[in-house]
Structure formats: structure tokens, C-alpha cells
Design a protein around this ligand. Structure first.
Ligand code: BGC
Length: 760
């Protein structure tokens, strides 16, 4: 009887407090709730399974449902639809003892149903407003569909295009990457997480995941601290500074200790140095994988993760199944568990879930706010800004909207591949293919004739691996000769050939490392044959990474890199091909001449034996190759426009900068060509002498400006002494007096130069 009365009391207290979070402070609310929780319930909050066997209408009978009811689940991820999420949330808040609502996470990486370019493509827009807007729309749609937590932004710097996940990040540069990280976090979280259209963001993969040896996914990372601090860690820190509520630990090891169990990383750097206040989640089975890394059994790995500073365990259930034992054995403390639970409850509180667990489950919103024509129009615009014009001989582009255009290639009529990798929520078949987009934009003005021309690759098994998750290219059963002959016949009838070639969506992304970075051979052969017809050929290139394009650069007159443009792909491509939009993208990652040059990146150091000639000719006993030049095929920051831009009159406001002063750098930029256009004006600095060796140049500022044809604009950058700072060998962030060079131009190869000195 006494027991029953006690339970009733608990129930009453719980119901009222759970639904009235705003009446008390967050701290009190969370502490009160913690005080009511059993150890099992606490461990349950740390557990993040996937949605597993949940189907609409069946949620209650699923295995996961039982766990939720028993209070063994803190959140679920990659479950889609407001109905399902509502059903599952109902179990948590009506059937579990403490009625704690669940977090619903998803990999909303580059849009939800309205899909934006893959992050690498987005980063090439260098347009922070548009990038932030893409995250806002993603948050709007995801939150309308029940999601309150995204596993984005992915801010891993990578200088190795063999690594397939370069597609998911913002390229090779820490400065650009940091700006993008901030824009994304702001876009997802807004200024108030409890609003219905904002969601919690998760910066990942902490840390250094993009530096996997030999570009092989999940491989060892080994890096000096000074390189980490200067070149790889800044974007994660920028995301934290922008308020990212959660962090995902990476799969790789750092200094011989897996990130998931690395106390230096997750506690000393993240919490103590950077002041992170949110919670850390592992990556998928990250704790269990530490067994393979060789740290010990699951109990040991789980205790290690908790001691390192992990709060939530994704999928592997190491926390759920072993932490109790570790607590008994004194390997973890109750205070640590309470701390972890508290941080997760804080996030739920911030999202407003205790006030209304169905805050993100509004049927009306899910019907009205997802994949709307307004969002799609924005996605089309953003996609067009992400394209990089790599080559345009004799102004072949833009094409005229007239005559007969042959559209050829395995990516030409490939709706399912347009969204690119990690597009969990996209409705693949609703993406606009190149064929559909060209038809819509051209209407009756020109005739489009189409042929597939080749499969993705000669090797059918390779194609299967590269077209997973429903991203089929509908492999054609005809022989290569049959496909090629049809394409050549089509090409001969046309005035111009548009070849839509490159990688399939799943040739980049997770577990999609490559050792050969060329366009697959079947497509190279097709392209060669198309060129041999003598027709002008435009290559519309699909890729999730920098590719090796030596052959194409030699032989194809025009190359437009479109990455994977998202759901509005074909329309955005048509906009740019026909000049309704002038391309303005600039590369955020260097394109090597061949795989042997990797890693290759613009902000490299000098050697003691640099080349003595600017032509790049071979010199014995100098730092170069016998068989290849040092420079890349396309450098960081490079990208053409249909117009041209001239730079002149670079000035610095002082040649002798003192602490506390601002240096104003100005330059005149003129649109000297025949089209209105946008240019990304880039500022690079070289710190000529340092206590440690410094990069040849580093991006320190950029502005994307619009210039009408003939227009000149003065562009200015203000630099403070803070902008000259770097981590020295004691890992202190310092600016050192001495000489600096400033370069301003339209790419990292800018030659316009000024100089100043930082005074003591
Ligand atoms: C990836 C993460 C992702 C997670 C959840 C992992 O395999 O590495 O980036 O967020 O799965 O889907």
C-alpha cells in the first residue's frame, strides 16, 4: 500500500514537472529530474539506437518500443515521418516511468527533402549567407517532420581526395572551413533552440577524421599538435564558438588513442580549453570499435569513453550494458554518469521538449513546409552558385538556347544520383535530372536529343558498389559498342554536345575511398569518341571530390564542375549552361595532376630547397618530381566566370603595423568582360619569418561581390593583429613581429602583392 502511494506520488510529481519546464530554472528542473532517476534510467538516457524495426502504425510492438518503455533510450536517429516520430515519442512520454521525451536525430547534411549541393559543392559558393540559408531551410523542413537534432556540420579538413568523405566537408582550408562551420550552426540552431523551426546541431567528426592515412576511410591519423591547432582544429572550434550544442567523436585515433576514448581531446581541449557546454555523442558503434583498435573489451572501451568525456553512445549499447558493472568496480563514478545525463537533459530542455514533447510533430507543418516550391527555388539558386567553371576555351559557354543539343552520358538522366551522398531524407526520384532540367529551361527554343553513351564503368560489380542506397544508374544491358554507337549517332546530329559524366553519388561519401581519381574508363572512352566527332563538347562533371582531370583538361574545350547539386540539379545546371546564371564558384580543395601529388594543398610550407624557376621546370637537388610538375591542375580558390575580372591598385593603410591597430588592405576590382558576374575576392597572407616555419600563404579574408560589366569596385579588408596570430611550438596563440606579405586576387595563385611589418 505504502509502495503504491509512493508510486502515485511520483507519477503526479513527474507529470506536472515534465510538462512545466519553463516554471523553474533549467538547472533546478534537470537536477530534480536526475534525483528521481534510477541508475538504469540514467544509463538509458545515454543510449542512442537507430530506429531499427519501426514502421508506421507498428511502433508500439517494435523491439525498440519495449526499450523506450523501460527507459532504456535517450534518443533515436534516422527515423523519418512525423507520424512515426509521434508514435515513438508517445511511448516515451506516456509509457515510460519518468516520461522523458526522446531526441530525434538525423543526418540532415545538405538539406532535408529539398536537397542542396553536397557540402563540398556548397563550400565552393564561398557565399556564407546562402550556406546559412541552406541550413535554415534544412532545419525548417526537418523540424516540420519531427526531427530535432542534426548530425551536421561535418567540418573535417581534408587534403586527401582519395578519402571519399571530402564530399561531406568544406575542403582543405581551416579559415574558409571555420566560416562555413559558423554559418551552418547558426542556420540550424538560430538564436533560440526552443523555436519550432530550429534544431540542435552536432559538429563532427571530432577530430582530424579527414587526415586518415592514405585516404582510406577509418584509417590511422598521426599528426603533430602544432599542425592540429593551426590547420585542422579551427573549424571545430568555430562551430563550438557559434554555439553548436553537440559534438560527435570521430572513428580515428589521435596520438595512438581512439578519439572516442581520448581524454585529452574530449576533456582537455573540448571542455577545458574551448569551454564546450553541450554533450558528446560517439559515432556509429564508436565505442565497440575501440575493441578492434585494441584498447580492451567492451566494458573497458565503454569506461574509457565515459572517462574521456563521451556522454552518449550511438548504437553500440556499451554504456547501457557495461557501465553498471564499471560503477560497481569503481572504473567510473556516479558523478560522471550524472554529469552525462544532465547534459543530455539540458539539450532536451533547451529544445523545449519537456514543455511539449510533440513540439516538432505538427502534421500541418509536415504537409506544408517540406519540399515547397519556395525552398526548391532557393536550392536551385544555391546549387548554381556552387558550380565551378574549370575551363571555357573560346567562350564556348554559355550555350545559346537554340539549335540541337546532344545530351550524352550516364549522369544525364540520373535523377537518383543528383542529390549526392548522405542525403537520407531526399526523395531521390523527385530530383531534377539534367535531361529534365534542360528540357524545362529550354522549352521549345532548342531541341534536346539524348543517349546514355556508356554505363558508369565497364565493371558491373564496381558500378553496383558505387550505386548503393537506391542511387541506381539503371545499368544498361546493351554492349559498350552499342551504347557508344547510339551516342555517336546522336552527337553527329547536334550542334553541340553536353556530356554529363563523372562519379556516381556513392563513389564519394563514407567508405568510398578511391586510389584512382580519374573519371571511370568507360566514360573517358566515350568522351574521347565524342570529341573525335569534331562537335564542340561541354563536360558537365559530377564528382564528390577533386578528380584527376589531366586528359580532360587537355582535350575538352569547356568543363563545368557541378559536384552533386541536390534536388534541383538539372534546373541549376541549365541556368548556368545557358547563361541565365554566370558561374561564380571557386574551388575549396586543390585538384591534383595525379594521385602521386597527394597530399597537395595551397597553404603548404616552403622547403629548404624550393624550385629556383617560376616555370616549374625540373631542377636536380631541389624539391620536385622527376616525372611531374609541383603545381596542381587547379589551385584552391580557382574558378572561372563567363566574364573576366581585373585587379589593380593594391594598397595597405600602413607599412608598419602596431599592436592594437587595424591594417586596411584595399584593391580595385573591375569586371572587364561582357557579362555581369560575381567574384570571390581573396586575401592571403604570408608570415615571412617566424619562430616556427609558416605556410607560403594563408587565406585570411574573402568577399563575394557582384559587378556589372565594366564596373569597378574598391574592396577593402580590415586586418587586426589577431588575424596574424598562429599557434607556436608551445601552442600559444601569438602574432610575431616581423615582415608579412599580402596577396589579393581571384585564387590562391594571386600575384598582386603588398608588404607590411608588424612592429614590436
Ligand atoms: C557516420 C556519421 C553519421 C552516423 C549516423 C556514421 O557512419 O560516420 O557521419 O552521422 O553514421 O548516421
Amino acid at each position: 500500500m505504502k509502495q503504491l502511494r509512493y508510486s502515485l506520488l511520483i507519477l503526479l510529481v513527474t507529470v506536472s514537472s515534465v510538462y512545466a519546464q519553463t516554471k523553474v530554472s533549467k538547472e533546478k528542473f534537470v537536477n530534480d529530474l536526475l534525483a528521481k532517476m534510477t541508475l538504469d534510467e540514467k544509463l538509458g538516457q545515454l543510449n542512442l539506437p537507430t530506429s531499427g524495426d519501426i514502421t508506421t502504425g507498428q511502433a508500439g510492438s517494435s523491439d525498440i518500443a519495449k526499450k523506450i518503455q523501460q527507459g532504456q533510450v535517450g534518443g533515436l536517429f534516422n527515423i523519418k515521418s512525423v507520424q512515426k516520430i509521434k508514435e515513438v515519442q508517445k511511448i516515451a512520454v506516456e509509457k515510460s516511468r519518468l516520461k522523458i521525451p526522446l531526441l530525434f536525430g538525423m543526418d540532415v547534411i545538405h538539406g532535408y527533402e529539398t536537397t542542396f549541393p553536397i557540402p563540398l559543392g556548397l563550400s565552393c559558393s564561398w557565399n556564407m549567407n546562402l550556406i546559412q540559408r541552406s541550413a535554415e531551410i534544412a532545419a525548417q523542413e526537418a523540424s516540420a517532420d519531427g526531427i530535432n537534432w542534426t548530425f551536421s556540420p561535418m567540418v573535417d579538413i581534408s587534403r586527401d581526395p582519395r578519402w571519399g568523405r571530402v564530399a561531406e566537408g568544406s575542403g582543405e582550408d581551416a579559415f574558409l572551413g571555420s566560416k562555413i562551420a559558423q554559418a551552418m550552426v547558426k542556420g540550424y540552431q538560430g538564436t533560440d533552440l526552443s523555436k519550432k523551426n530550429t534544431i540542435l546541431s552536432c559538429v563532427k567528426h571530432f577530430a582530424l577524421y579527414g587526415a586518415a592515412e592514405s585516404g582510406r576511410d577509418y584509417n590511422t591519423v598521426d599528426m603533430s599538435r602544432i599542425r592540429m591547432y593551426n590547420e585542422y582544429l579551427p573549424p571545430y572550434k568555430a562551430a563550438i564558438d557559434a554555439g553548436a550544442g553537440t559534438v560527435m567523436a570521430s572513428f580515428n585515433e589521435i596520438d595512438g588513442i581512439p578519439a572516442t576514448g581520448n581524454k585529452w581531446l574530449l576533456t582537455d581541449v573540448l571542455r577545458k580549453q574551448w569551454g564546450f557546454k553541450g554533450f558528446v555523442v560517439t559515432d556509429y558503434t564508436g565505442i565497440n570499435e575501440m575493441i578492434h583498435h585494441g584498447v580492451g573489451d567492451l566494458q573497458t572501451a565503454s569506461a574509457m569513453a565515459m572517462n574521456a568525456g563521451v556522454e552518449m553512445d550511438m548504437v553500440g549499447e556499451g554504456f547501457l550494458t557495461t557501465l553498471k558493472k564499471s560503477l560497481d568496480e569503481g572504473r567510473v563514478t556516479l558523478a560522471q554518469i550524472d554529469q552525462a545525463v544532465g547534459l543530455i537533459l539540458n539539450a532536451k530542455y533547451d529544445l523545449g521538449l519537456f514543455d511539449d514533447p510533440y513540439r516538432y510533430c505538427d502534421d500541418n507543418r509536415s504537409k506544408k513546409e517540406i519540399f515547397t516550391s519556395a525552398s526548391r527555388a532557393e536550392a536551385r539558386k544555391i546549387a548554381a552558385e556552387s558550380f565551378v567553371l574549370l575551363k571555357n576555351e573560346q567562350q564556348l559557354l554559355p550555350l545559346k538556347k537554340q539549335g540541337t543539343i546532344a545530351l550524352i552520358g550516364p549522369l544525364a538522366d540520373a535523377a537518383e544520383n543528383m542529390a549526392g551522398t548522405w542525403s537520407v531524407a531526399t526523395q531521390q526520384s523527385k530530383s531534377v535530372s539534367v535531361l529534365a532540367g534542360l528540357r524545362e529551361v529550354l522549352g521549345k527554343q532548342a531541341q534536346i536529343i539524348y543517349a546514355k553513351g556508356s554505363n558508369l564503368d565497364y565493371d558491373a560489380a564496381y558500378e553496383e558498389r558505387a550505386t548503393m542506397f537506391g542511387k541506381t544508374l539503371h545499368r544498361d544491358a546493351r554492349t559498350s559498342d552499342q551504347l557508344m554507337n547510339e551516342a555517336l549517332e546522336v552527337a553527329r546530329k547536334a550542334d553541340v554536345v553536353v556530356a554529363a559524366l563523372g562519379e556516381s553519388a556513392e563513389m564519394s561519401g563514407e567508405s568510398s575511398s578511391r586510389t584512382n581519381l580519374e573519371i571511370p574508363q568507360a566514360q573517358k572512352d566515350l568522351l574521347k569518341a565524342l570529341l573525335a566527332t569534331g562537335k564542340p563538347v561541354v563536360l558537365v562533371l559530377f564528382n564528390g571530390r577533386p578528380l584527376v582531370l589531366a586528359d580532360e583538361v587537355k582535350s575538352v574545350p569547356a568543363i563545368l564542375d557541378v559536384w552533386f547539386p541536390g534536388s534541383e540539379a538539372g534546373l541549376a545546371i541549365a541556368d548556368v549552361l545557358f547563361g541565365d546564371v554566370n558561374p561564380s564558384g571557386k574551388l575549396s580543395a586543390t585538384f591534383p595532376r595525379n594521385v602521386g601529388q597527394i597530399p597537395i594543398y595551397y597553404n603548404h610550407k616552403n622547403t629548404g630547397r624550393p624550385l629556383g624557376n617560376s616555370e616549374g621546370n625540373f631542377e636536380k637537388f631541389r624539391s620536385n618530381y622527376l616525372d611531374q610538375r609541383n603545381e596542381p591542375e587547379f589551385s584552391f580558390g580557382f574558378g572561372l566566370s563567363y566574364t573576366q575580372f581585373g585587379y589593380k591598385n593594391l594598397t595597405v593603410s600602413t607599412r608598419q603595423l602596431k599592436a592594437g591597430q587595424t591594417l586596411t588592405v584595399s584593391v580595385e576590382v573591375t569586371n572587364t568582360g561582357n557579362f555581369d558576374g560575381q567574384e570571390v575576392v581573396q586575401l592571403y597572407l604570408r608570415d615571412v619569418v617566424g619562430s616556427v616555419t609558416r605556410p607560403m600563404r594563408e587565406l585570411k579574408g574573402f568577399q563575394k561581390i557582384s559587378l556589372s560589366k565594366g564596373e569597378t569596385r574598391k574592396v577593402t579588408f580590415d586586418l587586426s593583429v589577431d588575424d596574424l596570430k598562429f599557434y607556436n611550438s608551445d601552442l600559444n596563440f601569438v602574432a610575431e613581429p616581423g615582415a608579412f606579405e599580402v596577396y589579393v586576387g581571384g585564387s590562391s595563385s594571386a600575384t598582386l602583392k603588398e608588404a607590411f611589418e608588424l612592429l614590436r
